[in-house]
Write a new protein. Structure first.
Length: 326
């Protein structure tokens, strides 16, 4: 999942592309609509993966393209605005074949929780060589997407019918200030004290078992070896979180630590650290990533695609053993 990935979806011919062009002109990273790129490529080579010839083939190609767009976007920092996304392609595949293509997207390949929808706008709708369907078909697609995104847990926000510049202002204001540059990098042994202090602050922030936790020296300690194994999140030069992944060499990896500065909770730092943990686990050949989650963290991990596989008695409570397949 990435809170940096913002979807602009909705009705075909509703002004999405002009909004994306405005965002790009302001220096924002954008991913062009997969469908238009596919149509252009298929028309150039005389292919048949076109929505008016073979909608299923077109939709499968669009899903592949959307996944590649996500991989490419993950290499950068800051917001990335997508002109349609994986959900749109999956909805098209469901329409063409009846396959439950969106089901897997409830927990995988997530985007920012807020999705912007361009409503039908008959006054500006025009067909072109790459958009051959009429307004009725465009509205029907819009209605499917307006149902699909909330069903997958997204909050949909209608774009106002106004100029591209005012729409861009609306999107950016709705999202809040542009995210600061969040960098993930390897930890260093000399950071052990700072990491230990962060670990203690995060452990105490829930307000549970405060006295018991303060009585345990290890709650605020990180060894030099642990610091070197860690990957840390740095926001505008400030250390704001870290994680540690341990692999057993037999297809299983453990998210051994994950802590975020309490004043940075809710800003996507934890999600980025989990994404890094998943990448590291996959890199060493793990087939699953496991975590022991306290009751306060259960919802966080469930939203990131982890499933409950059991219970673990910890020092203070019965926690959940959770797993995400890679």
């Amino acid at each position: 999942m990435s809170d940096r990935f913002v979807v602009i979806s909705g009705c075909s011919g509703g002004g999405k592309s002009t909004l994306l062009a405005e965002l790009q002109a302001r220096g924002r990273a954008v991913a062009a609509e997969p469908g238009r790129r596919i149509v252009q490529a298929e028309q150039a080579r005389g292919g048949r993966a076109l929505p008016w010839i073979d909608l299923a083939a077109f939709a499968r190609r669009a899903m592949e393209t959307a996944l590649e767009d996500r991989r490419e976007a993950s290499r950068g920092e800051g917001w990335v605005f997508f002109d349609r996304a994986l959900v749109d392609a999956a909805c098209a595949l469901e329409q063409a074949t009846g396959e439950p293509a969106t089901d897997a997207l409830k927990s995988r390949h997530r985007y920012h929780r807020r999705v912007f929808l361009a409503p039908p706008w008959p006054e500006i709708y025009v067909a072109d060589p790459e958009r051959r369907h009429g307004l009725d078909a465009a509205v029907a697609e819009y209605e499917r997407l307006a149902r699909a995104y909330p069903a997958l847990g997204y909050e949909t926000i209608l774009l106002p019918k106004t100029t591209p510049a005012e729409r861009a202002d609306f999107v950016l204001e709705t999202l809040g200030a542009a995210p600061s540059a969040l960098a993930i990098r390897p930890g260093r042994a000399e950071e052990r004290t700072a990491l230990g202090a962060l670990k203690l602050r995060a452990s105490l922030a829930w307000g549970d078992f405060v006295e018991e936790l303060r009585a345990l020296p290890e709650v605020g300690e990180v060894s030099a070896e642990q610091a070197e194994r860690a990957f840390v999140a740095e926001l505008d030069g400030r250390l704001v979180g870290f994680g540690v992944v341990l692999a057993d060499g037999h297809g299983r990896a453990e998210l051994d630590d994950l802590f975020v500065e309490p004043d940075r909770w809710g800003l996507g730092v934890g999600r980025r650290l989990v994404e890094e943990a998943l990448r590291r686990a996959a890199r060493v050949g793990a087939q699953s990533l496991h975590v022991v989650a306290g009751r306060n963290a259960q919802g966080f991990y469930e939203a990131l695609g982890f499933e409950r596989v059991g219970e673990v008695q910890t020092q203070f409570e019965i926690a959940l053993a959770m797993r995400r397949l890679l």
